[in-house]
Design a protein around this ligand. Structure first.
Ligand code: MN
Length: 337
């Protein structure tokens, strides 16, 4: 998925609430762009919270009737310094990237794309998809791996069944289930939990992690309060346990978490870097590689940071036109985290 806002430096949500003493991040409706713009609910990043562990971006969407919403139509766009995590509840998405991976994203199966020093990809909901419902998350890569070659991995977790609950751990480890997917970032976790009406799910947490709980469906009681649907409850480090209880209807949540990244990042449009200048160079490279602006700095087949030219290519011919980058803001992008 791509951040298609025209002023993406303002991709921050300003509102937050508190439920039973928990910080709750309030979703913001963001059109994904294009002629038929499907809308997503963005809970990360926020003005006062850029990261939960290494997680830096959370878009939640649907269930949408694709004939009405237009579905996901995100043409080729670039990423750097992050990994994208696609997780669907309903529908399918066709993914294709410049590292040579083509994949069908299906419900209950994680697709992780590690951008490293640069990748480009496109994502389209498949023609047979009539309802689209899911999430796209990004996590930032640390200094040690952010210049790595891009890669892609797929994994279908085996559900962990409890009394009235089902847990799918797609990244990291939780409740005795460990994902084999390599994340190249400080330890983190990502999981979906489904609770039957009235069911209770108790999870042991790693106290070195901070966590976020996104409510997709149902009344989810946590710490004596009810987390509103589409909101993201924040649990700071030091927690060893969380108890989730469903109300009178079934509930579904996504749980994310991880060790605090411990690094400040500059995030703009679809790029994660460390400085304004670095992000500006990623933008210039993308614009040059798609022919939208003259080339500035690649020389002898390599960029100054060692990335090969083209940083975001190659890409097969005959695909929908790539998305040009928005104009950079006049002010310096600020590191956050
Ligand atoms: Mn994307």
């Amino acid at each position: 998925m791509s951040n298609l806002e025209t002023a993406p430096e303002e991709v921050v949500c300003e509102s937050e609430e508190s439920v039973a003493g928990l910080e709750v991040l309030v979703p913001r409706e963001v059109p994904l762009g294009g002629v038929r713009a499907m809308t997503v609910r963005r809970t990360l990043p926020q003005k006062r919270r850029s990261l939960i562990g290494a997680w830096c971006f959370l878009d939640h969407y649907g269930p949408d009737l694709v004939p009405e919403s237009g579905g996901m139509n995100v043409a080729r766009h670039p990423h750097t310094g992050l990994a994208t995590v696609s997780w669907l509840f309903t529908g399918t998405i066709a993914h294709r990237d410049s590292a040579g991976f083509a994949a069908t994203v299906r419900p209950g199966e994680v697709n992780l794309m590690v951008a490293g020093r640069g990748i480009s990809h496109q994502e389209f909901s498949t023609p047979k998809t009539t309802i689209l419902h899911g999430a796209q998350l990004w996590f930032a890569l640390p200094e040690a791996t952010r210049h790595m070659a891009p890669t892609f991995e797929h994994y279908a977790p085996e559900p962990v069944r409890g009394e009235g609950s089902e847990l799918k751990v797609f990244l990291g480890a939780l409740a005795g289930s460990a994902s084999p997917v390599k994340t190249y970032t400080p330890p983190l976790v990502g999981a979906e939990a489904v609770l039957h009406a009235g069911a209770r799910l108790e999870l042991d947490l790693d106290p070195s992690f901070e966590h976020g709980i996104l409510v997709d469906t149902g009344d989810v009681r946590l710490d004596g309060g009810v987390l509103p649907v589409d909101h993201l409850g924040y649990l700071p480090t030091g927690r060893t346990r969380v108890v989730l209880e469903a109300g009178n209807t079934p509930a579904r949540i996504l749980l994310i978490g991880g060790e605090p990244l411990g690094e400040q990042i500059v995030m703009w449009w679809n790029f994660v870097g460390r400085t304004h200048q670095e992000v500006a160079s990623y933008r210039a490279a993308w614009q040059a590689e798609i022919g939208a602006e003259p080339a500035q700095e690649q020389d002898a087949g390599t960029y100054p940071d060692g990335a090969p030219f083209p940083r975001f290519g190659p890409f097969p011919d005959g695909m929908p036109a790539p998305l040009p980058a928005p104009v950079l803001p006049n002010v310096q992008l600020r590191p956050r985290g």
